[in-house]
Design a protein around this ligand. Structure first.
Ligand code: AMP
Length: 397
């Protein structure tokens, strides 16, 4: 990964600093229901405020597609944000133009201002140079702290980084450092655990991982496609039969480059997709025709645990089973706890990410015990696919 400047490298005192943050928080009826994303950006905001910067926050919310939709206003975020920072936060009704300029004009050093949703302007998602220029007028310096939005080349993520001197915020810095350690220059052996529903959403990811990691555990619904491609009858299990050739190609590539693929050898099967459905454990060679695999079985869990013991670095995306419904969360919880224990013992660097994965680790109660958990869904996956993220590339010095 190319190097980038951080908050330690600039002089921000008295400067107007435009800070791109992720405030796309869950909201119900105008009330923020989860402050995880808010909490993550606090260090950057406090740091800049302490350094005497005029902190001007830029963020998108929802998908208003260039229209001023009231339900996509960032206004309801002001109060929880101010509470999290422990300092007042001013708000301007627009992110460019006279309203924004006036609000920036009255800021004293160290004060914090949030500008309205960048996606109220069509130019945001188009990375329109006119919007970039209008935004750049408000600041002397740009700080990007929104890794989760870095896979998009938008005006406030990528465009601004070219228009003003650009720095990575603390959250971005932590994310890039953790991810760089896990896949850029990892301590080997490297183990990847990939689960989740479908192969179709993770083909690029599997192909990239096969060429980079030493061991790849495939679990969850997507393992069924690999089993079926090898002639195993998976009964009524979730399975993408049309991707049999893709699965075979990935297996062949793994063999060619010496990546060990670990597929389930047993499964917990049920006739209904619901909590506490009657279930039984069977070898994958004996899946009843009317049943579906909803979790990997105990023998498979033991194999995953042994590979976690072998590994020095772990990358994890996707649950091993239908973890939302007990008891089909068993394998995911067991593997997560095992990885957490190895991490705590100092034997493993563990990095996990992607929406459902964070939920699964929280469900297992071990998210805090992993080395790093990325909450950046799409950006994390694109990074795992080996793609260059435009918002990160633009920060490279
Ligand atoms: P993803 O978003 O691709 O990571 O997929 C996560 C979803 O995969 C979760 O909602 C799980 O319930 C689901 N899933 C995992 N294993 C299975 C399985 N064996 N059968 C059906 N769904 C599964």
């Amino acid at each position: 990964m190319a190097s980038f400047k951080t908050l330690d490298d600039g002089d921000f005192a008295g400067k107007r600093v435009l800070v791109r943050v992720d405030l796309n928080v869950p909201m119900e009826n105008g009330v923020v229901t989860d402050t995880t994303r808010i909490d993550r950006i606090v260090p950057t905001i406090r740091d800049l405020s302490d350094k005497g910067a005029k902190v001007i926050l830029l963020a998108h919310f929802g998908r208003p597609k260039g229209e001023r939709k009231a339900e996509d206003s960032l206004k309801p975020v002001v109060e929880p944000l101010a509470r999290a920072i422990g300092r007042p936060v001013a708000f301007a009704d627009d992110c460019i133009g006279p309203v924004a300029e006036a609000a920036v004009g009255v800021l004293a050093n160290g004060e914090i201002l949030l500008l309205e949703n960048t996606r109220y302007h069509k130019g945001e998602e188009k990375n329109d140079p006119a919007l970039v220029t209008a935004l750049a007028k408000l600041g002397d310096t740009f700080v990007n702290d929104a890794f989760s939005a870095a896979h998009r080349a938008h005006a406030s993520t990528e465009g601004l980084a070219h228009a003003l001197p650009a720095y990575a915020g603390r959250t971005m810095e932590a994310e890039l450092t953790a991810l760089g350690k896990a896949l850029g220059s990892p301590t080997r052996p490297v183990l990847a655990v990939v689960g989740g529903a479908k192969v179709s959403t993770k083909i690029d990811l599997l192909e990239n991982l096969v060429s980079k990691v030493d061991i790849l555990v495939i679990g969850g619904g997507m393992a069924n496609t690999f089993l079926a491609a090898q002639g195993i009858d998976v009964g009524k299990s979730l399975c993408e039969h049309d991707l049999a050739e893709t699965a075979k190609r990935i297996l062949a590539k793994a063999k060619e480059v010496g990546c060990e693929i670990v597929l389930p050898v047993d499964g917990v099967v049920a006739r209904e997709f619901k909590a506490n459905a009657a279930n039984e454990t069977v070898p994958v060679s004996a899946i009843p025709a009317d049943a579906m695999i909803l979790d990997v079985g105990p023998q498979s869990i033991a194999t995953v645990a042994s590979r976690i013991d072998t590994a020095k670095t772990l990358l994890w995306n996707g649950p091993l089973g239908a973890f939302e419904i007990a008891p089909f969360d068993t394998a995911t919880v067991a593997a997560a706890k095992h990885a957490a224990a190895r991490t705590k013992a100092g034997a493993l660097v563990s990095v996990a990410g992607g929406g459902d994965t964070v939920a699964a680790l929280n469900h297992a109660g071990v998210a805090d015990d992993f080395t790093y958990v990325s909450t950046a869904g799409g950006a994390f996956l694109e990074w795992l696919e080996g793609k260059e993220l435009p918002g990160v590339k633009a920060l490279s010095s």
